[in-house]
Ligand binder design. Structure first.
Ligand SMILES: [Zn+2]
Length: 301
């Protein structure tokens, strides 16, 4: 049995209904509770580190301030200022710093134990836990789009990243893996870029939905899929966002699963996963181990 966890950043419970994308609505799903810590709305690395560790940000230590450790003293002062801004503002400031100094921010990783620290679990990239370079790349693309990069380049590079991440998740179903997790930033980057363009964001939701449907179709009878988000995205066209600034994070985080019931809070996800994952890898290795090999190893007389 493999549980695939797709961390679909900014998948918005309201927009799933608004765009009416069936692929995101699995057997059980709906809005889930999330939190804000250093900013007024949920902040990506803080929430994903909580999802994977089950700990509040005070305990896992991946916070707004800790996610941008530029190397020099001057840059760290800039970083402290930028920690109070939104992700898109931080992206612009990060781009400025990179162009003028060659330095770049780093996304912190927690020292705390996570749901992926178990036999048979694999993780491709997950903010605050493993390999923040994919999130940085998506932030770079979002930044380039806000500075006028052509849409066809933005989408080519963004969907290139997305396809690699979904392809990895699908491949893991061919291996004795109990838990496979990957964070995909496509809907967040596109949400910031297309917050005032309903047709463009609808198209992106549809394409990401098609990737999800591909994974669902590849599941074996004992496999499960969990979709999660850390927050949603306010837009100029969603009826519930009237009077709000578009392109900020909404509180409409979402979860959906092929299993019988979905987690209802980002704090519950680790426990939810651990209740469902069994360590198939070790069992299969033991079953496949030939008697002769066990004898050589001294396990049999
Ligand atoms: Zn996010």
């Amino acid at each position: 049995m493999t549980l695939v966890v797709l961390a679909l950043d900014a998948l918005d419970a309201g927009l799933v209904e608004h765009f009416d994308i069936e692929a995101f609505r699995l057997n059980s799903g709906g809005g889930i509770e999330t939190f804000a810590h250093t900013q007024d709305t949920p902040y990506t690395p803080e929430v994903w580190a909580t999802v994977a560790t089950g700990l509040p940000p005070e305990d896992h230590g991946v916070t707004g301030a800790g996610t941008s450790e530029w190397d020099s003293a001057v840059l760290s002062a800039l970083s402290r200022v930028s920690g109070r801004f939104s992700e898109s503002t931080r992206g612009t400031l990060g781009g400025f710093v990179r162009r003028h100094t060659g330095e770049r921010e780093r996304i912190g990783e927690t020292d705390a134990d996570s749901v992926f620290d178990r036999d048979g679990a694999v993780v491709h990239n997950w903010p605050g836990i493993h390999d923040g370079s994919y999130l940085q790349r998506a932030w770079d693309l979002m930044n380039a789009a806000s500075e006028g990069a052509p849409r066809h380049e933005f989408e080519r590079d963004l969907f290139g990243l997305c396809a690699g991440q979904f392809g990895w998740a699908r491949e893991m179903l061919n291996h004795p893996v109990s838990l496979a997790g990957v964070h995909v930033h496509t809907l967040d980057a596109a949400g910031h870029a297309y917050a005032d363009d309903e047709a463009a964001l609808r198209r992106v939701y549809g394409r990401v939905g098609a990737f999800v449907a591909g994974i669902e179709a590849a599941l074996g009878p004992d496999d499960d899929l969990l979709l999660l988000s850390d927050h949603g995205m306010r837009t100029a066209f969603y009826p519930g966002d009237e009077g709000e600034d578009p392109a900020g994070h909404s509180w409409r985080a979402y979860a959906s699963t092929t299993a019988d019931d979905h987690p209802t809070s980002v704090f519950e996800v680790r426990e939810w996963i651990e209740a469902r994952v069994t360590d198939t890898r070790v069992e299969r290795e033991e079953l496949d181990m030939p008697t002769e090999r066990l004898r050589e190893l001294g396990y049999l007389e």
